[in-house]
Design a protein around this ligand. Sequence first.
Ligand code: NAP
Length: 528
Amino acid sequence: MTLSGIPLATSDLQVGDGGRKNSTMICAPLMADSVDQMLIQMRKAKELGADLVEVRIDSLKNFSSQRDLEILVKQCPLPTLVTYRPTWEGGQYDGDETSRQTALRLAMELGADYIDVELKVADEFYNSIKGKKPEKVKIIVSSHNYQNTPSIEEIGNLVARIQATGADIVKIATTALDITDSARIFQVLVHSQVPTIGIVMGERGLISRILCAKFGGFLTFGSLDEGVVSAPGQPTIKDLLELYNFRQIGADTKVHGVIGKPIGHSKSPHLYNAAFKSVKFNGIYLPLLVDSVANFLNTYSSPDFVGYSYTIPHKADGLKCCDEIDPIAKEIGAISCMIRRPNDGKLMGYNVDYLGAIGAIEEALGGSQGSVSPLSGKLFVVIGAGGAGKALAYGGMEKGARVVVANRTYEKAKELANKVGGEAITLAELEDFHPEEGMILANTTSVGMKPKTDLTPLSKKALSYYSLVFDAIYTPKWTRLLQEAQESGAKVVFGTEMFINQAFVQFERFTGLPAPKALIRETLAKNT
Ligand code: NAP
């Protein structure tokens, strides 16, 4: 199932929506032990910018239906969705069904705006409210699948069954085993005749929670605080509004992202979304937890999925999926950036990693003298032979340095060294490698990256032979390697510099506009 060529939902917005580009609401699920706590949460949800709250009655201890519901529904500063989720549908309520449905009916009579009823009991519930449902109350008939996301045919049947109950709003929540699972839910959102909530749970389903605004979803859920979620993979309201600019996502918004695994640590969404917003570019940039690059690209082949950054471990796989590759990326055997060419949809691959890193190292060495790089003639040791390693080694070669590659897998070091006319050594040999003073070191492995910040790829003792040390890692900014290099008297160059310089280049390729450099620097500083 692909998203190519499907019509996008048009927004149906009221005048006075403050520049919103979609009508998808943000709903804050409230999970509290007590009514008092829930009232505090309601006020917080409003302050944070939610459009409505989901009152999860099943989270309350000692729930007394009449009194508690009256307080919650009447005192809520936002529209209310009342949910009383039983354990058989993934909730916390394990009491008898009659009392549960009685409480839901009461919530309806008390003026709740939406009532969530599970598909399994929807007919029974509808029979019990025949002729009694207040006009303003909307019934959401929901189905939750905590195992997987079924095929498009099965989801289609499920939607039909939900619609047949008379549901005002359809809700389908499934579980992502792969990022491509969300595409089937997007299909449903686009084609559904009835307002529909379509959410794919789990980290691999994150895009469903954000792009539902593009595809016409009725609402998305946003948590009040990080880590306090009612379902796996839920973003915070703050992230939806500030990081992903949720209100500005429209049917015509162009989708970008960083493809990697893992990807949760990436700062790229902060940078690009802030930069897109600052120049009013109609684009979104997402963290994309991808298992198979080919599957991802084949599934999200619509012209609106336009630009990607590539990171570990997908840079070489990304290259294999390009229609055209720039010569440096081809030499390196890895891409860091992919653009869908607007006129023919062809996927173009680039490697811009080396531009950023080499530029930053040259600057720290005092800059070029005319056309001569300060790297020229220097002994340049690159640890790692992956995507970043190749970029640095090729960059060093281009600038006239004598390149030495050290890598855990020696064969890869040998292969890369041969290509750049350098020398290969093992990591063990690197410890005692000091043919001369004033060497330059570039770490391009992930050793020392968050969360394993106590690790370092080279001992402090060995660092004393280097005059400058660069670390490609940018989370954290001060890696153990850089701290120890500074203590040993070497100049240090942060991975953030490589990141920032290549971000400028990628921004320009994504948007065709000049990069807002100061803003990108500021955003990165705030988020590291
Ligand atoms: P990659 O292609 O997967 O390469 C990883 C490299 O690290 C390989 O050489 C691998 O050795 C080595 N390695 C991994 N774990 C190791 C360990 N435990 N001990 C020793 N060596 C190990 O990844 P990449 O894309 O080049 O990225 C590498 C690092 O650079 C990451 O930390 C990434 O965040 C960073 N990076 C930063 C920027 C930036 O803008 N600052 C840009 C790109 C990448 P084997 O060959 O033996 O597997």
